[in-house]
Design a binder for this molecule. Sequence first.
Ligand code: AMP
Length: 307
Amino acid sequence: SRLLTRRFFCARRRNILEIFNTVKDMQDKANRLREQGKRIAFVPTMGYFHEGHLDLMREGRKRGDYLVISIFVNPTQFGPAEDLDKYPRDFERDRTLAEEVGVDAIFFPDNEGMYPPRYQTYVDVEGVTKNLCGAARQGHFRGVATVCTKLFNIVKPHVTVFGKKDFQQLVTIRTMIRDLNMDIDVIGMPTTREHDGLAMSSRNVYLSEEERESALSLSRSLFLAKKMFEAGETDAGKVLAEVTRYIESYPHTRIDYAKISCVDTIEEAQHVGVDTFIALAVKVGKTRLIDNHVFGEVLDIPYPEGR
Ligand code: AMP
């Protein structure tokens, strides 16, 4: 009978993963959950999951009674010369992984459902999107803020989970939620890395073997910056000079930007301190990678001796 009891509980614990493809179906579900007093946790994604996405979902799992994730490669956040068309996609694989970490529902709309004909409304967060990726990718954060607003109105979450890997995006979402009085808690999660330190990204699949080695220059140079700060260096220019020299010592790398900015305003900082972070965007071959480190926070990567 003990075996039977265990089987019973195992069977009960396995949740059924629901898939919603239309805005209406997702909103109806969200309304029913809220009527039942359920707390909705939400993780927006563009799919092609890696362990970083799954860590966000595991956190979401703890934060709510019902965990929704979305998979939507949002066209409005890609520039005309960017990788929208070749962005990696694999819904069946994503569905299996989501099920394994206990996701309750996937919102998986199509472009027409999200941006029907005569669509004409956008959300523009001003100050914090001016620098870094906001300067390098015109219109990117307008697309991000717009799609997140839409997703929040569709999924109606109480709490949402974002990664610090996209630090400026996290600050943009926090700012928007505050300014527009959206009643949603935001959780920022640390960056999940490969064993050698490379920040996990769906775009890492674009890298050749040689480029994969050069991609390590990002995380390793962040570690270098962290060491300089810990040794007492506070001149942002000096830290950035070292970081730049280091990244450029690897083949196939072209720095888009390497900057130290204030964590709240994303304005450039002259002095390194715990209220600042170093942000990198580097083209490795044709693949644009980003990474960052908030000074004073943990950065757990193996640093090769002698390089
Ligand atoms: P994406 O699918 O790339 O739009 O990312 C969806 C969410 O996952 C965003 O909140 C990202 O910041 C987060 N994310 C992406 N990569 C990582 C990572 N390596 N570690 C933690 N979170 C991540």
